[in-house]
Write a protein that binds this ligand. Structure first.
Ligand SMILES: [Fe+2]
Length: 240
């Protein structure tokens, strides 16, 4: 396994609770660039303490909405065919976390080809205890994916798979072969996991084996014309 670890400047700049240029200058903490089973970046202490508190406060509000959602009989499904994978998704219509925008351009990992100016989709994902999502590659519209671990203090990180499956068609199909190797990116609040989805390569799965809801803040750079029109996330693209 090839691992490059570098510790970046951890100076805190700015005290604003809204994402301004000064408050987003924070350079984050420990950066790891990992290449096995496929290439990704993880960054601990990603947000400055002030910005992290803002995100934690927003997460608390989302948790309230999650409990309301749990009570609903007619839930809106991400994809009806995969209803059992269902979790709470809370979409944002403004860029509450501009700090993730530069990762794609800064780290220059391999990525699929795209056309046009990328837009951003932001959603809170809250998974119930016992929830599992099988090994998949991210949807064809997603050129880059950044997952922030938010709450609770202890939970399950994303599990990366070395998997020979070739059945990914760009819409979260579950791998049809066994994985030869898996690696869980350890959970730690205020840590981000960044990768560029590559078809039939960047297989990963997610679960919540704990007893409390698992909250992540997920951001994607998307090619807008590839975003499916009949899903709950349709039309949620933000100009950045
Ligand atoms: Fe995914």
């Amino acid at each position: 396994m090839t691992t490059i670890i570098s510790t970046l400047q951890s100076e805190v700049k700015g005290t604003s609770s809204t994402p301004t240029m000064s408050s987003t200058n924070y350079q984050g903490g420990l950066v790891k660039h990992i290449k096995e089973p496929w290439e990704y970046i993880s960054i601990e202490n990603f947000l400055s303490p002030d910005r992290w508190q803002t995100i934690k406060d927003l997460a608390k509000k989302q948790l309230g909405l999650y409990y309301e959602w749990l009570e609903k009989d007619n839930k809106v499904y991400f994809n009806k065919e995969n209803a059992k994978r269902n979790k709470y998704n809370g979409y944002e219509d403004t860029d509450i976390i501009p700090e993730t925008n530069e990762l794609f351009y800064k780290y220059k990992l391999d990525h699929r080809e795209y056309t046009g100016k990328l837009k951003k989709v932001i959603h809170w994902a809250i998974a119930e205890p016992g929830w599992v999502y099988p090994a998949h590659c991210d949807n064809r519209a997603r050129i880059s994916t950044t997952i922030m671990y938010v709450d609770p203090d202890h939970s399950d990180g994303t599990i990366l798979h070395a998997n020979p499956s070739k059945n990914d068609k760009g819409d979260h199909e579950a791998a049809d072969q066994e994985s030869s190797y898996t690696y869980e990116i350890p959970w730690k609040p205020n840590k981000v996991f960044f990768h560029n989805p590559i078809p039939n390569k960047t297989w990963h799965s997610i679960r919540n084996s704990h007893t409390t809801p698992r909250i992540t803040l997920n951001t994607f750079l998307v090619q807008e014309d590839l975003v499916a029109k009949d899903r709950c996330y349709s039309g949620k693209e933000i100009e950045i």
